[in-house]
Design a protein around this ligand. Sequence first.
Ligand SMILES: [Zn+2]
Length: 297
Amino acid sequence: MAVTLDWLGCATFRLTINDLVVFLDAYIDRVPSAAPIGITVDAIKRANWIVVGHSHFDHLYGAERIAKATGATIIGSYETVRVMEAQGVPLSQMIPVAGGETIRLATDVTVSVFPSQHSCVWSHKALPASDQVCIGDLGLTYQEQQERMKALWDYVLSLGEEARLHLAAAAQGARGDGGALLYFFETPEGSLLFQDTSGHWSGILKNLRPDVAILAAAGRGNVDGEPIQGSLAQFVARQADLLRPQRVILSHHDNWLPGFSGEVNVMPIRTELARWVPRTELIEMGYLSAYRVFQRR
Ligand SMILES: [Zn+2]
């Protein structure tokens, strides 16, 4: 059995298990100033499933066209399904989930869904560097967080015409993240966890034991609803310590929206992982590299 993973930028991957093609998120068409992936949404002719971690544009935009072109079924939050329905994806091609579901994708492949958390986007304007230790911002109410979100939006809208136009097209009317989800794939070759934003519930992570974990490395990590008291690198390492995978594959760490995102410095993450989980291997994939996910060391 051949299980390969192609990174398609940001937190988007294409998982191929023999003949089965599963997209993990669908954000491939980005602003022109972002580095090209080597493929566009319109070039995708084959997909069976699209699992979406949350309904922000940098995860969901593209799923509507892939689903229509290929007949693939979208699995995502109720907000993801609402946005996709408004874009003309038939409801018969969607499965709304909230965590707790196990869906059979093929005879010997399933995916289980778990509730998760979005990174603390409200806590910063520019994304903090991976080794920047952030302290405080604890115990804020929803309203106080929303007040701080305004600063982020002002910042994003100050990025210029290219980003503004892209956001207007790509957001597709999504009302927030829709609730972040984790996906746990089980195949005869091994298990794979997919996370597309830097947040988690500790009680959920500590009971999962994936062979390989895709972990998002962007922004201020969210630990059980509160911002991490520490750096992004420490947050990623903390997750790896809870999950104990053989391998960690980073996501969301490229310069997907120049002017806002920047290239995440992986060295501090590598250092923290070596300290917390020395037996876990860190994989940095290039775009479209057809990585053999469960290859033996
Ligand atoms: Zn998001």
